[in-house]
Every structure is written in structure tokens, then in C-alpha cells.
Design a protein around this ligand. Structure first.
Ligand code: WT7
Length: 682
């Protein structure tokens, strides 16, 4: 029944922020025709120390023929993010409202944080940062687990106008070092370690390696602040916690009762809780300009070198706030839960900034869907009476495997809106989510967006949009998508092509940190006058958009974007490897997985040992989530006479499809048969 249309639940539509397609269309039209009026009205909900003027509200150039690309919203205005997210909510009488419920890896370990307390912790940590010499514009690297100190650290940066760069806690020390060097971080904030399920991750040790690597390259991170998270698990009644702890883990649960040993550099390292003891509880906000940088977040680039996506202040704030409100139809009193790690853009916009800008109450979850049992997600929804639940197709697919029995054990009747993000959601997963988790009464928001877009750009609105499983449907306010053909001609009506955007919306990226040139060539050179997403999409007869996936050399494993070049460069670093080519192969749970073709050096054999070493190297250099599923022996690669690897053919070999199409441009056609013969038997 995938081609059926699913209408929003009338109960939900009745009171929704956007109640119908008519209302959606008229708001969308206004947002495109009169962006100043549309976003100016929204901006009034926030505090501006200095106002902007109407003629400077919005300016941009999207066309390289007209000069450099720029995007500016609310020029002239000054504000402070933490002030709008915290002080303002406290002043409005919401100081005692819960900002975050924290649910630990272990179900017995949980706590919560009110707006008032969050403000206080933020101010205190902002003072700690100041004591470390951090000033407006300085970069602060953050490598932390999903604990309450993570949003506190981010908000403390915004308090003083420092620029945070959060690196996902699953990245390797090499990846962390590369990112800290690129942004020249002054301070690094981390934790001693974290349990994910039964696995212990010693984050501080990874940081030590990364800091040494950075130093060897001539840059020095001056301070490293460490949250004693494992210690607090081992010693639940100690005074080391952010938040109001209700219950500790008992000393014999997986945290163990012995404190882990952590290596230490007295000149550089300090404990978070010790610094906080002496910190002043108030900190006057630094007013920053609308277009001052807010954060850098690295995302994979097709050259292999990560791109430091730069987001700025005012536009990001109003866009995060507005998408959160409309896409999840958040109402005061609701409890919202986004399972994404804060280390990804989803966590930035929809765990931290969007919810707090709406004075929302949300859940931050440290653990995994499978610990202690495979029903953890459902039990957390039940425990906190979650109303909006936002997760990824890969998680849904991996939970579907356990059947609906585990879902039925829990009361999920509070759910109103379900969200999906990270990759196209297949209709089986959509329908399972809709029927078994949402009991056929919740809307599903299949939200298409990117690190670069800052917030949702194509998405249904739960009270308005009739849904089609697998379609992200229609553009959000301010967004004007087009489909282009190879020659850059606009495709009208039904069709398939490159997904691009014609105009900037407030939350889109402004540049790549330290490399505006790369920003322009990556996103604006292929089609002049448009922002190019790198994704393909089709439009059906009803005007619905279906994002089909990447059309560049990028792949998406469990919602983690990576480039083939990034993995290839790790493989070819191995002394026994002459050449490699990496392609994606469809995977039932991960969406895509890595399939690597490896040509050994002369005189070297392609052994099981080599395969294991290569897999380990990718884990170490990039992160565990990037581990290849298959490494195949390739005595040669299918190349054109000019030497270009034909990945199209490799993708066919990876799935065992003999229908490889035209091979006449290959320098050596024979290699295709050889590669088919060498396919490992599953
Ligand atoms: C790429 C962006 C945005 C937060 C998570 C990923 C793919 C994302 C969808 C969706 C189809 C999707 C695209 C996009 N993608 N959401 N709902 N339907 N594809 O952020 O790491 O910057 O990856 O994820 O390919 O370009 P990201």
C-alpha cells in the first residue's frame, strides 16, 4: 500500500500550528514573496539587543557570474543565542520548566535539568571558558558523549561569542585531530569516557592521542576540560553532576565500581567539576552580530578532506526555531525526543537549538536502542510520555527485525508525530513506523535536509500534508527547490534530476570555514544561480518530491555521510595496497554499506590478514561506523582510456548484477569478468 495517500489525523490537524494545505501554501507563498515580512514577524519573538532595518533584512548573491556568493540575514542586528534560549524563557516564568530529561545508558541512571539550572550552568561554564582565555570568535572543540554537560558547553560558547565545533564521539583520534587543526581550536572539552551499551569508550585517551597529533603538526590546543562522567557512574553520590540527579547507578552495574585511570597533563588538563566549583553563577552575554559565526560542523567532502560547514547566528536561530515548531507541531506541555547524537547536525538543530528556542521539554538519551534490551526506545517513550519522536530509518529497520511484540509491551499512546531523517526511508520501514509505532494515528515527518541546510528544507507538516510513504513531500517556508537536468535546464512538472535550491533560507550555511573558495566551487559552480545539494530527486504527478540519494561520490551508511575518496585514501595508505576504489552497496539495515576493491602491490598477496588490517585501519582513521562490509581483491580496476575509474561498473559488480551496460570505453574490458569471478561468496 505504498502508493496510498495517508492523511493527517483530523484530531491532530484541528489544533496544529499549520492546519491545512491551503494554509501551508499561503504561508509558503508569503515566505518566498515577502521574506522580510515573513521572517521579520518570527524574529519579533526573540530578543535583539540592536534591531535590524527592513532594507538590510535580507541580501544575497547565489550566482557566481555576479561575483562571490554571500547570504546575509538581519544585518545590523545584534543578539545572543544563550540569552534567547535561556534568560528569555526564565524571565517569561519558565525557570522551573524541564529543559532536558537525561536518560543514561543504564536505565537506572537518569536526571533532569530545568531552564533556570541550565542557565546557571551555562553561565558558570562560560566563566570557566573565559578563565581559559577563550574570547569572542575563538574556536572551542567539543568531543563528548550524550550527557547534559554537552549542551551546557555549547551554550556557554554562545554566551561569550565563541564558536563551537562539536566532533561526534564516534570519530577516531585522527579525525578529531584533523578537525581541531583545521579550525585551530583553543580549548577541547571532553569526558573521561562513556558506555554505549556494554562497550566502554575511553574518550579522554582518544583526545590525548589527538592532542599529541595536533601538536606534532605545529598547533597547540591550550586547555582540555574533562567531565568526570565515568567516575560519577562509579560514585553516584559524588558532587560531579550537571543536573538534578534522582538516582544513581549501583556500583556493580556495568559502570563497575572501580574508577578508570585517566592519563593527565597538569599544564593542560582540568576536571570540569573542579573548575565549576569556583565559577561565578552569572555571566553577562556578549552581544554578537547577526552574521557572526555560531558554530562549525565538519561534514565529509568528495575530495576526502572534511568541510567545515559554517553557520551564523540570527538566521540559524529563527530557522531552527520555526522548523522545530511547525515540523514537529510542538505545543507547550509536550515532551519531545530526538535520538540523534548532538555530534551531528540533527543534534545541533533538533536536540539543542530548536527545542530550547521553543522553550520545549526534551529527552537526551545516552545509550543505544539495543541496551539493556531491544525495546529500549519504546521503553523510553513510555517512561517520559513522549509526544514527538524523531529518529533515523536505519534505526527503524534494525528494530523492525525484532517484530512488533517488543513495541506492544509499552504504552506509546502519547505519540502524535514521528520524524525520520538521514536517508530516504523505504516504504516498508515507513509503514512499520506508521502502523506499529504510531498505531496509524501519527503523522510521519520524513525530513530531508543536510548539515549545510541547517534545518529541514523538504518535509511534510504533520497537521497539513497528506503523506506518501518515502516522499519528503514539499518545501518548508522560505525554500524554493528545483529539479535540473544535466545541462542545468529546469524540469517542470513530473520528472527526475538534480535537486537544487533557488534562494537562500535563513538557516543555510554561509561558508566553509577558512575556505570560501571551496564553498563556492562545491555548491554553486555546477549550476550557476542555484545551491546544489548533491542529491537527486524526482517529482511525481502530484508535485511530491522524492529524494533518491547522492549523485556525487558520497555514500550514506546508517545516515552517516562519507566520501569514497576519504575511505580510498585510508586503504591506499597501507604498504601492501597499490590502488583501491570504494563504492556503495545497498544494505538492508544500514541503507548502504562500503564495498571496497583493492589492488595489492606487486608481489603482495591478497590475504585474509590484509582484509582485516584494512578494516581495522578504516575504523581507526575514520571511525567504527565507517568499517567496510566487503573488501574484494581487484587485480585491476575498470578504467577508461583516460584513467577514470568507472564506478558505475563497480557498483554492478558489488551487487552481482551482470547487466553492466556499455563497457566499450574501458581500456581493458576483460577486467570486468575477472572481478565478477573474484567476488567473495556471501
Ligand atoms: C544527506 C545529508 C540532515 C541530517 C542528517 C544527515 C541524506 C538526509 C534525508 C531524507 C532522503 C536524506 C541526503 C543528504 N538525507 N535526510 N529525509 N530523505 N535523503 O546530514 O550528514 O549532512 O547528510 O543525507 O543524501 O544530502 P548530512
Amino acid at each position: 500500500m505504498a502508493d496510498r495517500i495517508y492523511n493527517p489525523n483530523p484530531e491532530l490537524a484541528k489544533n496544529a500550528h499549520c492546519k491545512s494545505m491551503e494554509q501551508y501554501r499561503s504561508m509558503h507563498e508569503k515566505s518566498i514573496e515577502y521574506p522580510e515580512a515573513f521572517w521579520g514577524e518570527i524574529a519579533k519573538q526573540f530578543y535583539w539587543e540592536t534591531p535590524t532595518s527592513n532594507d538590510k533584512f535580507f541580501s544575497y548573491n547565489f550566482d557566481l557570474n555576479q561575483g562571490d556568493i554571500y547570504i546575509k540575514w538581519m544585518e545590523g542586528a545584534t543578539t545572543n543565542l544563550s540569552f534567547n534560549l535561556l534568560d528569555k524563557n526564565v524571565k517569561c516564568g519558565n525557570g522551573d520548566k524541564i529543559a532536558f530529561y537525561w536518560e543514561g545508558n543504564d536505565p537506572d541512571d537518569y536526571s533532569k535539568l530545568t531552564y533556570k539550572k541550565l542557565l546557571q550552568e551555562t553561565c558558570m561554564f562560560a566563566n570557566v571558558l573565559k578563565s581559559k582565555g577563550v574570547q569572542k570568535g575563538d574556536r572551542v572543540a567539543i568531543y563528548m558523549p550524550m550527557i547534559l554537560e554537552l549542551p551546557v558547553a555549547m551554550l556557554a560558547c554562545t554566551r561569550i561569542g565563541a564558536v563551537h565545533s562539536v566532533v561526534f564521539g564516534g570519530y577516531s583520534s585522527d579525525s578529531l585531530a584533523e578537525r581541531m587543526m583545521d579550525c585551530k581550536a583553543k580549548v577541547l572539552i571532553t569526558a573521561d569516557g562513556v558506555y554505549r551499551g556494554e562497550k566502554l569508550l575511553l574518550l579522554k585517551n582518544i583526545c590525548d592521542d589527538a592532542l599529541a597529533k595536533v601538536k606534532a603538526h605545529g598547533h597547540e590546543v591550550e586547555s582540555c576540560v574533562v567531565v568526570a562522567h565515568l567516575r560519577r557512574l562509579a560514585n553516584p553520590h559524588g558532587k560531579t553532576t550537571a543536573g538534578d540527579k534522582k538516582n544513581g547507578v549501583n556500583g556493580t552495574s556495568n559502570g563497575g565500581s572501580s574508577e578508570p585511570s585517566v592519563s593527565w597533563d597538569d599544564d593542560r588538563d582540568c576536571w570540569w567539576h573542579e573548575e565549576m566549583e569556583e565559577a561565578e553563577p552569572s555571566c553577562y552575554p556578549v552581544w554578537v552580530a547577526a552574521e557572526d559565526p555560531l558554530f562549525i560542523l565538519y561534514t565529509s567532502g568528495s575530495t576526502g578532506k572534511p568541510k567545515g560547514v559554517l553557520h551564523t547566528t540570527a538566521g540559524y536561530l529563527i530557522y531552527a526555531a520555526t522548523t522545530f515548531k511547525y515540523v514537529f507541531d510542538y505545543k507547550p506541555g509536550d515532551t519531545y525526543w530526538c535520538t540523534a547524537d548532538i555530534g551531528w547536525i540533527t543534534g545541533h538543530t533538533y536536540v539543542v537549538y530548536g527545542p530550547l528556542a521553543n522553550c520545549a521539554t526534551s529527552v537526551i538519551f545516552e545509550g543505544t536502542p539495543f541496551y539493556p534490551h531491544n525495546d529500549r526506545y519504546w521503553s523510553v517513550i513510555d517512561k517520559y510520555k513522549v509526544n514527538q519522536f524523531y529518529t533515523a530509518p536505519t534505526a527503524i529497520r534494525s528494530l523492525m527485525k525484532f517484530g512488533d511484540e517488543l513495541v506492544k509491551k509499552h504504552d506509546l499512546s502519547t505519540l502524535k508525530v514521528l520524524g525520520s531523517v538521514g536517508e530516504p526511508i523505504n516504504s516498508e520501514a515507513w509503514l512499520w513506523f506508521y502502523n506499529h509505532v504510531g498505531h496509524g494515528k501519527c503523522s510521519i515527518a520524513d525530513t530531508f535536509w543536510q548539515t549545510e541546510t541547517g534545518g529541514h528544507v523538504i518535509t511534510p507538516l504533520p497537521g497539513a500534508t497528506p503523506m506518501k510513504p518515502g516522499s519528503a513531500t514539499f518545501p518548508f517556508f522560505g525554500v524554493l527547490p528545483e529539479l535540473l537536468d544535466e545541462d542545468g535546464r529546469v524540469i517542470e512538472g513530473e520528472g527526475e534530476g538534480y535537486l537544487v535550491f533557488r534562494k537562500p533560507w535563513p538557516g543555510m550555511m554561509r561558508s566553509l570555514y577558512g575556505n570560501h573558495e571551496r564553498f563556492q566551487t562545491t555548491y554553486f559552480d555546477r549550476f550557476h544561480g542555484f545551491y546544489c545539494t548533491g542529491d537527486g530527486a524526482k517529482r511525481d504527478a502530484d508535485g511530491y518530491l522524492w529524494v533518491t540519494g547522492r549523485i556525487d561520490d558520497m555514500l550514506n551508511v546508517s545516515g552517516h555521510l562519507m566520501s569514497t575518496a576519504e575511505v580510498e585514501s585510508v586503504l591506499t595508505e597501507h604498504q601492501d595496497v597499490a590502488e583501491s576504489a570504494v563504492v556503495s552497496k545497498p544494505h538492508p539495515v544500514k541503507g548502504q554499506c562500503l564495498y571496497c576493491f583493492v589492488t595489492p602491490n606487486e608481489g603482495r598477496t591478497f590475504s585474509k590478514q590484509l582484509q582485516d588490517e584494512l578494516k581495522r585501519k578504516v575504523r581507526e582513521k575514520i571511525g567504527p561506523f565507517a568499517q567496510p562490509d566487503v573488501i574484494q581483491h581487484a587485480p585491476g580496476l575498470p578504467k577508461t582510456r583516460s584513467g577514470k575509474i568507472m564506478r558505475r561498473i563497480l557498483r554492478k559488480i558489488a551487487i552481482g548484477d551482470r547487466n553492466v551496460g556499455d563497457v566499450s570505453t574501458l581500456a581493458d574490458e576483460g577486467i570486468v569478468d575477472v572481478l565478477f569471478q573474484l567476488r567473495p561468496q556471501a
